[in-house]
Design a protein around this ligand. Structure first.
Ligand SMILES: CC(C)(COP(=O)(O)OP(=O)(O)OC[C@H]1O[C@@H](n2cnc3c(N)ncnc32)[C@H](O)[C@@H]1OP(=O)(O)O)[C@@H](O)C(=O)NCCC(=O)NCCS
Length: 288
């Protein structure tokens, strides 16, 4: 059985995003989502393609890795190879020290929340538990309660507010209206929406982007932020509710999110918005 590893190309990104979308399943792990690709698309098509690795088995995409920062790869793995030991061995070999083209020799962290055989192999090969993450999930079968604040969908008229709130929420943010336009023009955004929440004075105080993976599949919140001057007033909860409602409208089966377990505020906020906290899951670090 032939397994190949290649970097993505700008022309293959739509196919890659679609493959990752089909792997999102209710009850499955909260793994790399087309929304993560969509969010990173704001950096530009060329740059995103350079950061993506694609494993194919007999020509079919079976795993996708997004290299973020030096030494961290975030994986999405097809359910069809969940227990495929040969496929898992190939992934491990490609991520091992000395293997060219994916991770540097001196630092390697792998986010692998799916792929039972691959996870077992990493653990059994001495890879160590790294940062813990908390997945959360809200089922969207029942109607989502009203969020209680005014929320608008972002387009040209309020993109500056969306960007300003992003920057006021994440101190290291480099988001710009230009980057928003790049993101909004890419294929994953065809089933996504950015929302901005306003306080009763009409000031933009919170933002979220919600990504559907298609009808009947789990959608993703990425990212959610409340302006640093407006925290602690329930806006995070309200915006998470608005996000869940938007995903429900788009046909998602559930709303999912994953946040570092150390981000107690985020875990509490999603829980307040009716998300169920799932067991923490750690990344894997290659032993030195
Ligand atoms: C996380 C964040 C969205 C929370 O927004 P917020 O408007 O302050 O949240 P809320 O006022 O709606 O609070 C919701 C709940 O979380 C709790 N909470 C909020 N911040 C908290 C903190 N730092 N530590 C512990 N609990 C916290 C509140 O007490 C509240 O709990 P309750 O409903 O049980 O009373 C905001 O702090 C933020 O934007 N942080 C930076 C970006 C980020 O981390 N985003 C999330 C990950 S992508």
């Amino acid at each position: 059985m032939s397994i190949t590893l290649q970097p993505a190309t700008p022309a293959s990104l739509d196919e890659v995003a679609e493959a990752v979308a089909t792997w999102q399943q209710d009850g499955g792990p909260v793994q790399l989502h087309p929304g993560d690709l969509g969010w990173n698309w704001s950096l530009g098509t060329e740059r995103l393609a350079e950061a993506i690795r694609v494993w194919r088995q007999n020509g079919q995409i079976r795993a996708v890795g997004l290299v973020e920062d030096a030494g961290l790869i975030r994986m999405a793995i097809a359910p069809s190879v969940d227990r495929d030991d040969a496929f898992a061995s190939r992934l491990l070999a490609d991520l091992s020290a000395g293997a060219p083209g994916v991770l540097p020799a001196d630092k390697a962290v792998v986010e692998a929340r799916a792929g039972t055989a691959f996870r077992e192999l990493l653990a059994g090969s001495g890879w160590l538990a790294d940062e813990p993450w908390t997945p959360l999930c809200r089922d969207l079968t029942d109607e989502v309660e009203d969020c209680g604040i005014r929320v608008e969908v972002v387009d040209a008229h309020n993109v500056r507010e969306r960007v300003a709130v992003q920057r006021a929420s994440f101190p290291n943010s480099t988001f710009t209206p230009e980057r928003w336009r790049t993101m909004a023009a890419a294929s994953p955004y065809r089933r996504a929406r950015c929302l901005v929440g306003y306080d009763r004075h009409g000031e933009a105080i919170a933002t979220v982007t919600v990504w559907s993976a298609g009808q009947g599949r789990p959608g993703l919140l990425e990212p959610l932020g409340v302006h640093r001057d407006h925290r602690g007033h329930g806006y995070g909860t309200a915006t998470s509710l608005a996000a869940a409602a938007a995903l429900q409208e788009m046909g998602s089966s559930s709303a999912t999110v994953c946040t570092p377990s150390s981000n107690a505020g985020a875990v509490a906020t999603y829980t307040s918005a009716g998300f169920q906290r799932l067991p923490d899951v750690t990344d894997f670090r290659r032993p030195s």
